[in-house]
Design a protein around this ligand. Structure first.
Ligand code: FE2
Length: 399
């Protein structure tokens, strides 16, 4: 499909995930079942990405790939080919129906090359310098059902984007993050989106929400002081020695200080405390419970959740359901459980009538709880095959 002018090779292919081979480049982003980013567009498939994909996604999921180098010329040809746009649209529709969130076509395409036509309209401001939404605001719509929370999110998100447009030093920080390692970039954006939602559930003010999201976005920017191979070593071994803990936190604070906007007390403390643990077992100072800045307590929960679902460290990867369960029950003492409780209570997660993806193939609808007060994360679920499972008794049996 889509032959390149003068060349007898295909500009792009529509493949299922099982047909992808190492070296193929994906032409659009891939979103996880919780609506957060899994890989960015133009990522080359490697064996390690492939092994992660196999656990998270259905092998029949279609994607668009290319086997030729992605450059401006290729992207201009692709985006001026109506067949490519139609293919993108059709693949997007399938991805949208698979993700339990509100991903938008404008997140799927490259706005730098896309020329909207009469039948496909996008609202995105293509003049903005940042070509990826800084925070995944769409996810708010599918996470909350309170109109009040959703409209607050819309207002604050606009302010957040405007701050980046107007403040050159913040944009520079974003650029250094996006030009470093993919994993750090995706993890930072996802963590910022999650903290934003947690902040909304904790009724933080608009200014606090902006500062919290900024602290989360740049909490780990200090890693850019390490070479990419040192960072990859950390991802492969999952080991962060004491020195690296202390240094990356210090590095993040030093780097964000280049931006006047970021030199605010709660942003700095949020970053300084993001590896402290509620039980006093964290780094760098072993602070306990509320001695840890609220932003630090929120960021640590968001980072842990995204780390487990993103599967960045080692080869471990969790479904959203497993990750939340692991943080709530297994690591209870490390996190401020009131924050998790407030988020879960106000969100649509684990609510009657909502859908849960239990594993790659199993999706169920929440039909009730046998003990909501003690086990709010363990609903009774009706699977698509009609079988009813009470997760309070047998969540283990699913995995
Ligand atoms: Fe960190």
């Amino acid at each position: 499909m889509g032959l390149r002018k003068g060349l007898d090779i295909s500009m792009y292919d529509r493949k299922t995930l099982s047909e992808v081979i190492p070296g193929d480049v994906i032409l659009h982003p891939l979103y996880r079942s919780d609506g957060l980013l899994f890989i960015t567009r133009y990522k080359t498939f490697s064996k390690s990405i492939y092994s992660h994909i196999r656990k998270q996604f259905n092998s029949k999921l279609p994607i668009l790939t290319t086997s030729i180098p992605v450059d401006e010329k290729l992207l201009e040809s692709l985006y001026s080919d109506p067949d490519f746009i139609l293919s993108l649209k059709s693949v997007f529709e399938i991805h949208k129906s698979n993700a339990q969130s509100n991903i938008q076509f404008q997140d799927f395409i490259d706005c730098s090359y896309f020329h909207p036509s009469a039948d496909i309209k996008i609202e995105k401001d293509t003049s903005q310098k940042i070509n990826y939404p800084l925070l995944n605001w769409d996810i708010v719509n599918s996470t909350f059902d309170s109109e009040r929370i959703i409209s607050r999110a819309r207002v604050v998100s606009e302010r957040f984007t405007n701050i980046f447009k107007e403040d050159e030093s913040l944009y520079e920080l974003y650029l250094s993050l996006s030009n470093y390692h993919d994993v750090l970039y995706i993890h930072s954006i996802n963590t910022a989106s999650i903290t934003f939602m947690i902040g909304l559930s904790l009724e933080l003010s608009d200014d606090e929400l902006i500062n919290l999201s900024l602290a989360a976005l740049f909490a780990d920017i200090g890693f850019i002081n390490y070479s990419e191979s040192e960072f990859s070593d950390y991802l492969n071994t999952g080991r962060l020695d004491k020195k690296m803990f202390t240094e990356h936190i210090k590095g993040s604070v030093e780097i964000i200080s280049k931006s006047k906007f970021c030199r605010q007390k709660d942003i700095v403390y949020g970053i300084l405390d993001h590896h402290e643990e509620y039980s006093g077992t964290g780094y760098p100072h072993g602070k306990v419970s509320e001695d840890i800045h609220l932003f630090g307590r929120i960021i640590s929960i968001a980072q842990k959740y995204d780390e487990l679902v993103g599967g960045y460290l080692l080869e471990e990867i969790y479904y959203p359901f497993e990750a939340l369960e692991s943080i709530w029950y297994n690591n209870h003492s490390k996190y401020d459980s009131r924050i998790i409780y407030s988020f879960v209570s106000k969100s649509k997660i684990y609510k009657l009538g909502e859908t849960i993806q239990l594993n790659r193939e199993t999706v169920g609808e929440v039909i009730g709880f046998s003990d909501y007060l003690n086990f709010p994360l363990h609903p009774k679920v009706k699977l698509t095959n009609g079988k009813i499972i009470d997760l309070k008794n047998n969540s283990e049996a699913l995995f």
